[in-house]
Design a protein around this ligand. Structure first.
Ligand code: ZN
Length: 312
């Protein structure tokens, strides 16, 4: 697919300043930047809710479908091989595919579509932890969740708090945050998994990623919701409380952000919050543009998943 075939998208241009490198670090940093890509692309979805086929009727008729999404991902990745494909949770629940196959079909098709990293939403526990772990056998991508304290052995083996992907010579720190189970998931379905307060977890994780792992950018996959759940924080409150996150890819509230919500930090830098509704009708794109030093610029847009991305 060429540019002309893509549906028109809106573009927001954002400047984002990360942590400024000290003078002593400048020389090795510049040397590494010379060999590294200037652009890493993030493609993202959230709350796809087992919608493997396009909508047949209603106002969303003709939109969505994992095959079309996969084709769109493939064409965008062909333009920039330095691409990560990410999801912010609630992959499960919403169509008979989940009732019949308990999540295996969703994770298998997402693997074929080229997903790299996914976080967990409340509905991903709808058939319990053992069913989730069973479905994960079909997943050829990573799961991140930093604030779910996991004792359940099968799940613990499969979910990491954060991970670092080196792509095009750039180190991208990824971590996940999940919503409180209170009022959303019954105790028996999340046995061995405990919710921890996300702000403190996020601060510690950002510190680990930036200081210990020396990442070039930090990306949060969040299922907290654009607005918070009860007394718990949502993405905006989290971003305001925790500097150092370049992008929050959100979910849970099914919010469609036409342009990113940008939180500017008094300490310098900013966080771009994005979310693309639900059901896989849209595919979000965030380009991280790297200049000299630690500066990261963020460009966000979205693509409609429709017949123009039909498999060929
Ligand atoms: Zn949710």
């Amino acid at each position: 697919m060429n540019d002309a075939r893509l549906p028109p998208t809106r573009r927001a241009v954002l400047g984002s300043l990360g942590t400024l490198a000290g003078a002593a670090l400048l020389a090795p940093r510049v040397a590494r930047a010379d060999a590294a890509t200037s652009r890493v692309t993030l493609l993202h979805t959230n709350d796809t809710h087992s919608r493997l086929e396009p909508f047949e009727k209603g106002k969303l008729a003709g939109l969505g479908g994992i095959a079309r999404r996969a084709t769109l991902i493939r064409s965008l990745r062909a333009r920039n091989p330095h691409t990560l494909v990410l999801d912010a949770g609630d992959t499960f629940q919403g169509t008979p595919y989940y009732n019949a196959f308990a999540g295996h079909a969703e994770f298998e098709t997402m693997s074929a579509a080229g997903y790299d990293c996914v976080t967990l939403g409340n509905h991903d526990f709808d058939k319990g932890v053992d069913a989730l772990v069973s479905a994960m056998t079909k997943a050829r991508f990573a799961f991140v969740s930093a604030n779910y304290d996991i004792d359940a052995p099968g799940l613990r083996a499969r979910v990491v708090p954060h991970e670092v992907r080196t792509i095009g010579g750039r180190r991208i720190g990824l971590f996940g945050l999940g919503v409180s189970f209170a009022g959303l998931v019954s105790g028996s379905l999340h046995a061995g998994v405990r919710y921890q307060p996300p702000v403190a977890t996020a601060r510690a994780t950002v510190d680990t990623l930036r200081q210990a792992h020396g990442v070039d950018a930090v990306v949060l996959l969040s299922h907290l919701g654009y607005f918070g759940h009860g007394a718990e924080p949502g993405d905006v409150e989290l971003a305001e409380a925790v500097p150092g996150i370049d992008v929050i890819i959100g979910g849970h509230t099914h919010t469609f952000l036409d342009a990113p919500h940008v939180v500017r930090h008094r300490t310098g830098g900013q966080t771009a919050i994005v979310q693309v509704g639900s059901s896989g009708t849209h595919l979000g794109q965030v380009d991280l543009l790297f200049g000299p030093g630690a500066q990261v610029e963020t460009h966000a847009r979205w693509h409609l998943v429709d017949a123009s991305s039909r498999p060929t």
